[in-house]
Design a protein around this ligand. Structure first.
Ligand SMILES: Nc1ncnc2c1ncn2[C@@H]1O[C@H](COP(=O)(O)OP(=O)(O)OP(=O)(O)O)[C@@H](O)[C@H]1O
Length: 254
């Protein structure tokens, strides 16, 4: 089933057309990679889909309902969560508190239950949060404040916070950017566990080609705001238009 349906989306900044007639779909269970050279329009596509900025034209359906031009907060409440390039955590709170806070950042039902029966509710939330931390290899760091975590741990915590709201779709903006090879490996492992154990549909913007090729089942390639290719990692790696788009540009870290 199609979860996200992007159709004819355009975004203009002054005289610059950052996205031109972008059309693609994300199916339930996909781990879709969105790639392209610098300035291709990947971040703009993420921002338009997640409601950070409105599209200039086109339509976006999520789980069959239009989210075109909807505010970011309303879109999260529909079940579409995203992360940003920099780790976004609550620095003074422990890893565990970060997750519990992430669960109710968008006031889901259940919070009322917490007010009525605080003790048991709190323990249950913490157990759920610990499970999520374990998925990201952070359970042994549950009591450590976020600011004391290493950068790679903070980035994993940022993804775990986004996942804590139980989204139907998780959009990740450069999850391995700024990580050393070992941290990148840990992040990739965590994302694979999210897919295999939670069956969460994900879209990933990433420059790190080895990670994209290893994780994604499908890839969409943008260049100058247009979709130039779509397919499996093997199809994309062999696509002449993709190779040409990357030639002479900033190369991947692979
Ligand atoms: N707020 C803005 N105002 C004006 N131009 C913008 C704005 N945001 C993006 N652009 C322009 O839109 C184009 C696409 O930018 P975008 O950041 O979406 O590309 P990208 O593929 O994410 O690039 P990178 O890989 O470098 O992050 C670029 O030419 C960029 O300069």
């Amino acid at each position: 089933m199609t979860l996200l349906d992007v159709s004819g989306v355009q975004r203009v900044f002054g005289g610059l057309v950052a996205l031109k007639d972008l059309t693609f779909a994300v199916r339930e269970g996909d781990l879709l990679g969105l790639i392209g050279p610098n300035g291709a329009g990947k971040t703009t596509a993420f921002n338009v889909i997640s409601g950070v900025i409105p599209p200039s034209a086109g339509r976006i359906l999520f789980a069959g309902r239009s989210i075109t031009g909807m505010s970011a907060n309303r879109i999260v409440r529909q079940g579409l969560a995203r992360t940003f390039q920099a780790a976004t955590v609550y620095p003074g709170q422990t890893a565990l508190q970060n997750i519990v806070r992430g669960r109710f950042a968008f006031s889901r039902p259940g919070l009322a239950e917490g007010l009525l029966r605080p003790g048991g509710w709190q323990r249950r939330q913490e157990a759920i949060a610990l499970d999520l931390l374990a998925l990201f290899g952070l359970d042994h760091r549950a009591g450590v404040t976020a600011r004391e975590l290493a950068y790679g741990e903070q980035k994993r915590l940022g993804v775990a916070i986004a996942l804590a709201s139980d989204p139907k779709l998780l959009m990740l903006d450069e999850p391995v950017a700024g990580l050393n090879p070992e941290e990148a490996e840990e992040m990739s492992g965590a994302l694979l566990r999210v897919k295999e154990q939670r069956n969460i549909t994900m879209v990933l913007v990433e420059h790190h080609m080895r990670v994209v090729m290893a994780l994604c089942n499908r890839i969409v390639v943008l260049n100058h705001g247009s979709l130039i290719a779509e397919g499996t990692p093997a199809e994309i790696a062999a696509d002449e238009r993709v190779i040409e788009a990357y030639l002479g540009r900033r190369q991947s870290h692979a």
